[in-house]
Design a binder for this molecule. Structure first.
Ligand SMILES: [Zn+2]
Length: 220
């Protein structure tokens, strides 16, 4: 066997082992990326609105801690694309307790600036949004609103700085027209600054039927 074939075989083997193990507890019992036991350990927050921003309800499905934190960080920073499905599933299970079954939404993930996208290679919330739409049957759109300002990570800033940092950060694409309800989704919301700025921009463009859903919020 030549070296290339050997490396290929080895990488297939590693793939195989890697995929069979739960990313959280490392058990290979269920042969999936997140075993049932670890998924069941995720806890839902209550189904009331977390906050209102400019009259828009914002919901949070869980707390940013334990396995939910590991799940989000895996999808966001560690190239664990397969885990986007579980993040979406968690959000969808939560969302079914909030929305009426007849309501249809267009799901809009918080966009990344093109420079950050280049650095990260992918927008984790796009992965989650697509999975969420597969589960819900909702429409999906990642080109209605884009990020035109390259901003500092919000967690480094206080509340006032956060608002300033994100001021005029978004722009609506006038070539796109979406009818009906919009559901903006993000992974973590604290004070809702990102949602708030998106809402402002979308309202200016005539979109008024907006709801927000974050996977998590940090425990205060
Ligand atoms: Zn597990």
């Amino acid at each position: 066997m030549d070296l290339f074939a050997f490396v290929q075989k080895l990488s297939h083997l590693l793939d195989w082992i890697y995929k069979k193990k739960c990313y959280f507890c490392h058990s290979s019992k269920d042969c999936v990326k997140m075993c049932q036991k670890c998924y069941d350990s995720l806890e839902f927050l209550n189904y009331d609105e977390f906050i209102f921003l400019d009259g828009v309800p914002v919901y949070c499905a869980g707390l940013y801690e334990k396995n939910l934190q590991k799940l989000i960080r895996g999808v966001k920073y560690h190239n664990q694309w397969d885990l986007a499905y579980y993040q979406a599933k968690f959000m969808w299970e939560y969302w079914q307790n909030v929305a009426s079954p007849d309501d249809k939404y267009t799901v809009i993930p918080v966009p990344l600036h093109k420079n950050r996208l280049k650095k990260r290679k992918y927008n984790h919330m796009e992965l989650v949004g697509k999975e969420f739409c597969k589960l819900s049957g909702y429409e999906y759109s990642d080109n209605l609103i884009k990020r035109i300002k390259y901003t500092k990570p919000q967690y480094l800033l206080n509340m006032k700085e956060r608002a300033l940092n994100l001021a005029d950060a978004f722009e609506v694409n006038d070539d796109i027209k979406i009818e009906g309800k919009l559901l903006l989704i993000d992974d973590i919301t604290t004070t809702g600054t990102t949602f708030s700025e998106m809402i402002k921009t979308l309202k200016r463009a005539g979109y008024n039927d907006i709801t927000c859903l974050a996977t998590t919020t940090p425990r205060i």
